[in-house]
Design a protein around this ligand. Sequence first.
Ligand code: TXA
Ligand code: MG
Length: 319
Amino acid sequence: MEIISNPTHGEIKKAAKALNDGHLVAFPTETVYGLGADATNEKSVSRIYSVKGRPTDHPLIVHISSINQLEKWAIEIPDYAIKLAEEFWPGPMTLILKRSDLAKNFITGGQDNVGVRVPSHPLAFELLNEFEKLGGLGIAAPSANRFGAVSPTSSKAVVEEIGSKLSNLDFIIDGGKSNVGLESTIIDCTNEPPAILRPGAITVEMINFFAHLEVHGQDRKADIRVPGLFKVHYSPKADVVLDSNAISGDGFIALAWIPTPKNAIRLGAPNSIEEFAKELYELLRQGDNMKLKRIVICSPTGDGLALAIRDRLNKATKK
Ligand code: TXA
Ligand code: MG
């Protein structure tokens, strides 16, 4: 596997060609790093599953360069979904829509719908654009971690997670730290009103305010069949304990103004909710690299992005 740092345009073209030839390319997005394959190539997509150790009924998100590509992958797109796409793409939002014939069972996990996203990281855009110039239609990409582990927010974390599973014709593109640090907001657009299946940086409040849309919060997800979403956890090796007393030797993560308990090891002190989201996965990784047994985290309160952080923290506590 080749790691490309500070990629030139020529190197991105090379990575796009590798995708087109059926190889895997891990690439940066604003949320987390993705492990990409040609979304129309069953053999390449099957390698995503084996590299991640992921069960094959878990659907994959198809990444495209712009809203103009959306109709290739989805049909009967409701007006409100177009509104969401126009408002928040490129950005950290995935729409679940009725699939076109292009979205095969090996992408959708056998469901009739497909997840689509336009990422905003400039290198992701450049890669998608070059791939589409070669005739590519979309890049299937889950987070570039082993199944159930913490998503990578840097190329170094990608190497730690899956580096040893990649072949020498695969690539990892380094694009620095992911800006958001949590996976995209997933919105089910197959029913009215739309419903949030996974909270993220595009929040209920933003959807109400900018798209003038009512959207069901995550509390409604119980009646929607979404394979994978419930069972997936985002766990480090250490036990994650929330809002509890830290004891000597525990790792500790809390907003900057919360003091460190006696003898706990301060892993992080983010100054804002945004910084909390951006740093969280890296801090959990640090705790694992230090071989800590427990990491105590003070979960941030409030709506918006704090809700997405608490969603991931709750999943991280489950083993
Ligand atoms: O921010 C993100 O969304 C990142 C970057 C790389 O784009 N991707 C990501 O993919 O988080 P992944 O596969 O790690 O998580 C996507 C989740 C999975 O839990 C999957 O089950 C769900 O989205 N999903 C994908 N397609 C779906 C579909 N058609 N219907 C329901 N759920 C779907
Ligand atoms: Mg994932």
